[in-house]
Design a binder for this molecule. Sequence first.
Ligand SMILES: [Zn+2]
Length: 310
Amino acid sequence: MTQANGYVGRFAPTPSGALHAGSLLAATISWLDARAHGGQWHLRIDDIDTPRVRPGAADVILATLEDFGLTWDGPVTWQSRRGSAYQAALDTLLANDHAFPCGCTRRDVAADGHTGWEGPVYPGTCRHGLPPGRPPRAVRARAAQRHWTVGDRFLGPVAFDLEALGGDFVIRRADGIMAYQLVTVVDDLALGVTDVVRGIDLLGSTPRQLQLHAALGADAPRYAHHPVLTVPGGAKLAKGSGAEGLHGDAARAELATTLRRINLPPSDPDHPDAPPAQLAEALDRLTADPLPTRLPLTTTLATRTRTGSV
Ligand SMILES: [Zn+2]
């Protein structure tokens, strides 16, 4: 597992609150995968969606990662400071006809009545030009290639139908904010990311990001999607679904719990070591059985939440 020199990974939390058990799981899996490959692990703060950003949350996340021994390489990337890079990519996509202005509201798109895997499918109204009298609102990337098969490193081959996922997708929102799909691709390219390791809730983003890499003439990274923690009912554990913020003073126990969830429990679970020693032990074990063989087969894991045990 150490032969893949040049591995560059990243962790990209949104600073909408403190790290919780779900984001710690994501950070730990992506960190372990990078370190098991002798690779770099970068930290990017996804603070571009300003309505979701909570003041001070980014600093709390950085401090918590340090408390948990999840050290990163190089400077932290702040998406809020990369507007000119996103604008340049958007201009390129528009100039090369890989993207187009869209004047449709959500209601317009929903009114077409064609529902895909993730909601209404864009009917292509503005694909060949804005209808007369309709001002531009958002910018959409063309879903030029409909079918994609991704060799996911954890899941195996996954086939996607980009049309069923919604068709042409928004890369600059009507409120002017650059959309997740675009900023992620631009940042992954800028950092030279070779391996995206993230939660399976983002699986549907992968063909969109492959489409953008292709439109920008760039090679796409490898992808690996891991199980996520869920709450009763199946929704992903998140700030809005009752996840509690983690504290550094509970780092030993919380990290031990996280490692147990991915079948890398510390050797003395009742008295777990300090985080760096726990991570070193986990890395040691990964030399025998790499991470994909450790992850639970199911795509969800139960967790304790504020609403009770499951
Ligand atoms: Zn439109």
